[in-house]
Design a protein around this ligand. Structure first.
Ligand code: V47
Ligand code: SF4
Length: 361
């Protein structure tokens, strides 16, 4: 179909996309700079539809955030607390079992488990955590721990990265979520999350995890101090690693929420920017199968629109989201399966309930 774009750069990008040519850093910057949002959506949708047709995936999942005590205290994080602070917590195995049992009648297919770097916890706690979850919910997949936690656990246990991952896998770890990279850039790292692992270590850990046969997701935390060029560099770094390992499953752009953080002066991201991040991901990450629109962060209505801007997955029902809601998210804390399916259908797509590995359920 012949399309007239308002932005001449989009003509070039569309031609490349239709030929299956890889987009350059310059193209990535044009994607973020374009005023022609609908033209951009058209191109991203072309790719999304050629990969997934009219399907829109979601997972019936449950989040477990086992502790909010964290020694890193990233400047953008509203969730973390110091040990001994009033509302700090750590869940015992009984508490974890209780939370799983509260939902045992529901068809939960995935458990998304992440927490802070709590110096009171031993490596055995994490092994017990995985085994407890597997015992109580044997049929659900465990998607747990970011590369930040893997680095921490390797230091804590004194084991090599490879051995740490091997032991976690043996205890039940099947997949890893995408958090922790934030923006793969030293300037942003030093300004916002200096105690967290940096760019090179994050990539090294992902490589090790993928080599061990564990798929991971990837994210970009946008809407704070990062520049457009830094966003594009981040996407290209992920694309290059994916060429090497093929271990990334989905990419999720994460919209920064500033309430209750040290950066509370930063305004919320705009719908324009949220949709551009989805489209940029779909177009730049030509070797990623899935792009998620995380409804918790951008809200349910915009997540529906994102399905026409490159996203093919709305993540999950979640049940009880804590991290973004502590930072001011106004979306629901969870959705029922009916709500999720109605949301997808009214956006014009066919809902596909999936497991962690995108097999339809
Ligand atoms: O790494 C922290 C981000 C991430 C804030 O892989 C914030 O399927 C916005 O990674 N405002 C954790 N974001 C969440 C995450 C995730 C979520 C859903 C699905 C998947 C997946 C992964 O949340 C952190 C950080 O980047 N975060 N604080 C904040 N104030
Ligand atoms: Fe800790 Fe993660 Fe929050 Fe950083 S983002 S302070 S590592 S819980």
């Amino acid at each position: 179909m012949k399309i007239s774009f308002l932005d001449e750069h989009l003509e070039r990008i569309y031609a490349k996309v239709k030929q299956g040519s890889r987009l350059s850093k310059e193209d990535g910057i044009c994607i973020y700079d374009t005023p022609d949002l609908l033209g951009l959506g058209h191109i991203a949708s072309y790719v999304r539809r050629s990969l997934h047709g009219n399907k829109a995936f979601y997972v019936y999942n449950q989040h477990l955030n086992y502790t909010n005590i964290c020694k890193n205290r990233c400047r953008f994080c509203a969730y973390a607390r110091d040990n001994g602070e009033k509302d700090s917590y750590v869940w015992s195995m009984d508490e974890i079992e209780k939370r799983l049992m509260e939902r045992i009648e529901e068809p939960v297919a995935e458990l998304h488990i992440v927490g802070g770097l709590n110096e009171d916890l031993t490596f055995d706690y994490f092994i017990d955590l995985l085994k407890t979850v597997k015992r109580v919910r044997p049929k659900a997949s465990i998607k747990a721990f970011t590369c930040v936690e893997i680095d921490y656990l390797s230091n804590l246990s004194g084991l090599s990265l490879e051995e740490t991952v091997r032991q976690l896998k043996e205890a039940g770890l099947e997949m890893m979520p995408g958090g922790g990279a934030e923006v793969l850039n030293t300037r942003v790292h030093d300004a916002l999350f200096p105690k967290k692992i940096g760019h090179a270590r994050w990539l090294e850990i992902v490589r090790t995890v993928h080599t061990a046969g564990i798929k991971t997701n990837a994210t970009l935390l946008y809407g704070h101090i990062e520049t457009i060029e830094e966003r594009v560099d981040h996407l290209i770094a992920l694309r290059e690693l994916q060429d090497e390992t093929h271990g990334f499953s989905a990419f999720i752009p994460l919209a920064f929420h500033s309430l209750n953080t040290e950066l509370s002066h930063i305004p919320s991201t705009t719908a324009m920017d949220d949709l551009k991040n989805v489209a940029a991901a779909r177009l730049m990450l030509d070797n990623f199968a899935h792009i998620k629109a995380y409804w918790v962060m951008i809200g349910e209505p915009l997540a529906q629109v994102a399905l026409s801007f490159g996203a093919d997955d709305l993540d999950g029902t979640i049940i009880e989201e804590r991290i973004t809601h502590t930072a001011g998210a106004t979306s629901a804390k969870g959705l029922t399966q009916d709500q999720m399916e109605a949301m997808i259908r009214s956006a014009g797509f066919d809902p596909v309930q999936r497991d962690s590995f995108y097999n339809p359920i």
